[in-house]
Design a protein around this ligand. Structure first.
Ligand SMILES: Cc1cc2nc3c(=O)[nH]c(=O)nc-3n(C[C@H](O)[C@H](O)[C@H](O)COP(=O)(O)O)c2cc1C
Length: 196
């Protein structure tokens, strides 16, 4: 039995610091035995959620694609920046679209289905001194908990992230790399325990 983990950053930006961190964390999760699919939200652009658009057209095609990916995995590894003290719009919008049902509101057609039974591990990088610790990560934890996701207590806030990576995209500080490895291992282990 493998822990299937869907990993992505909460930033669409090409040179995103959070994309760097999610690459490192995804590799650590693979090293801990996880089966990791690393995706980029920039490959799944979707309009801002609008109730009239949903009534007229249902979920946008990229929300449906992402929904299938969520359904096919046991856990989420989300590495997000912080925007004005909270979760960036691109990430919240994705979470919101995926929380809408595709049919009768039951079973795999319900809005909760892509989240039901999932485990999540959270990390976040900012150039600032707190690295998402006090605002984005707690907010994201509350949002996912409302969607019935089990969010593991371990997390990795990465402050001063603009100085944290070398030219190869590796973490410069071995202590930080170690904490990412421990976090990824906890995500894999918790996912396996809950799956069993
Ligand atoms: C609209 C906006 C709001 C931001 N608000 C915060 C904030 O509240 N706290 C913080 O630490 N950084 C904030 N930042 C800085 C981001 O953390 C920084 O741009 C980060 O590098 C973005 O993540 P990325 O590199 O993964 O794209 C903000 C940036 C933008 C564009």
């Amino acid at each position: 039995m493998a822990a299937k983990i869907l990993a992505f950053a909460g930033s669409a930006r090409r040179d995103s610091l959070n994309k760097k961190l999610v690459r490192v964390a995804a590799r650590a999760a693979r090293e801990a035995g996880g089966e990791v699919t690393l995706i980029d939200l920039d490959d799944f652009p979707m309009p801002i959620y609008h109730g009239d658009l949903e009534d007229a057209e249902g979920l946008p095609p990229n929300a449906l694609k992402l929904r299938e990916l969520f359904l096919a995995h046991d856990a989420l590894l989300i590495v997000s920046p912080e925007n004005n003290g909270s979760v960036p719009a691109v990430l919240k919008n994705t979470i919101d679209w995926l929380s809408r049902g595709t049919g009768d509101g039951h079973g795999t057609n319900s809005g909760i289905a892509p989240y039901r039974g999932k485990v999540a591990g959270l990390a976040g990088a900012t150039p600032g001194p707190w690295g998402t610790l006090y605002q984005c990560l707690p907010h994201l934890r509350i949002i996912l908990t409302k969607l019935t996701v089990t969010v593991i207590p371990q997390q990795v806030p990465l402050p001063h992230a603009d100085e944290a990576f070398d030219e190869q995209g590796e973490l410069r500080d071995p202590k930080v790399a170690k904490s990412v490895a421990a976090f990824a291992k906890s995500l894999v282990e918790t996912t396996l325990k809950l799956k069993a």
